[in-house]
Design a protein around this ligand. Sequence first.
Ligand code: FMN
Length: 188
Amino acid sequence: MNLFDAIHTRRTIKEFTDQPVPDDLLHQALDAGRWAQNHRMTEPWRFLILGPQTQQAIAVINGDALLQKTRADAGMLAKMRADAETKILSKPRIVAVTCCLCGNKAVEQEDYAAVCCAVQNIQLAAWGLGLGMQWSTSGFSTRPDTYALLGVDPVQEMIAGLLYFGFPAVVPDPKPRKPLADVSRTLP
Ligand SMILES: Cc1cc2nc3c(=O)[nH]c(=O)nc-3n(C[C@H](O)[C@H](O)[C@H](O)COP(=O)(O)O)c2cc1C
C-alpha cells in the first residue's frame, strides 16, 4: 500500500470479524512500533500481548468499572455487565502498550510522545497488512486492578492504552478534518 493511501484510508476499527489474528501479522505490526522516532533512544515502549485468560480478566474489570459508575436496578446491572464483558471479548486480539517512566518529567513527556509515534506506526503497519486496530484509553484500562492484572508497576511504567486488533467487519467513513489552511500559518 502506498504511504499516502495508508495515511488517508487508515481508520479506527471497532467492529471485527470472528477471524483470529495470525501471530505473524500481529508481530509484524508491533515490530513496526520499534522503529518509531525516539529522542535519546530510550525505547520506552513495552507491548503486552494478552492471552485468552488475561483478556477474560480484562473483560471482568471492564464490567466492574462500568458498574461502579452506574446506578440501575439489579436486572439492568446484570445486562450492562454482560454487555461490557462481551465488548472486550469481541476483540480478536488485545495488546496493552506501556511507557517506561524514568522519573525525569521532561524525558517522560518525550517518551510518551515516542510511544504515541510507535502506536501510529503499528496502526498503519496493521492497516497495510489488512488488519484493523482501535487504540483505547477507556478509564478501565488504567485502573489499579488492570495494572495488577498485567503485572505493570505504576512507578516504573504507565499504561498508554489497549490496542484492539482484528480483521475489519465495518470500516467507518472518515471523520472530517479541518483544512490545512485552518490549522497552519506561515511565518515571515
Ligand atoms: C490517544 C488516543 C486514545 C483514543 N482512545 C479511544 C477510546 O478510548 N475509544 C475510542 O472509541 N476511540 C479512541 N481513539 C480513537 C479516536 O476516537 C479516533 O482516532 C478518532 O475518532 C478519529 O477516527 P480515525 O482514527 O478513524 O481517523 C483514541 C485515539 C487516540 C489517539
